[in-house]
Design a protein around this ligand. Structure first.
Ligand code: HEC
Length: 140
């Protein structure tokens, strides 16, 4: 099932956008234990993994890495805007990437905060969390 969701996300942006219902779990309660995935990881697996890969390595020439790049661990406004508006034609650390980063503004403020907090603290990255209010402030 996870694979199917990933394929859908990868194959067709229109399919993703056509899903009005966010394909994500409800907020977890405090009882969520360590063995349970963080909400951000689940959102990542459903929306980002197909392009950026499970370990954040990306795909050379197609999709940039999310590990060890300033775009992820640096300026929050620039990072949040990548998700809200999408990105194309940028060089990341001097490398061009042929794919287009689709806007993910169909995710809620909470979901975007969760997935960005996840990528900022995974793959060896060690940057601080992003709060839903920070997404909300840029979503116009
Ligand atoms: C269809 C493939 C695709 C999907 C799905 C996708 N991205 Fe991207 N992403 C890209 C591409 C391609 C770029 C670079 C765009 C460019 O060349 O300007 C990029 C750029 C980025 C960047 C800035 C550059 C960098 O390397 O850090 C971030 C951050 C990012 N994506 C995060 C995400 C997150 C988080 C998700 C899931 C919510 C996601 N992406 C989903 C393809 C994708």
């Amino acid at each position: 099932m996870k694979l199917a969701a990933t394929l859908v996300a990868c194959l067709s942006l229109t399919t993703v956008l056509a899903q009005t219902k966010p394909a994500v779990t409800p907020p977890t309660s405090k009882s969520a234990m360590v063995a349970v995935k963080s909400p951000g990881q689940t959102i990542y697996e459903q929306n980002c993994l197909s392009c950026h890969q499970a370990n954040g390595s990306g795909v050379p020439g197609l999709n940039p890495p999310l590990r060890g790049v300033d775009w992820v661990t640096g300026d929050k406004t620039r990072l949040i805007n990548v998700l809200l508006k999408g990105l194309q034609g940028q060089e990341i650390d001097g490398e061009p990437y042929d794919n287009v980063m689709p806007a993910h503004d169909f995710l809620t403020d909470q979901q975007l905060a969760d997935v960005l907090t996840y990528i900022r603290s995974s793959f060896g990255n060690k940057a601080g969390e992003i709060k839903p209010e920070e997404i909300k402030a840029l979503r116009k």
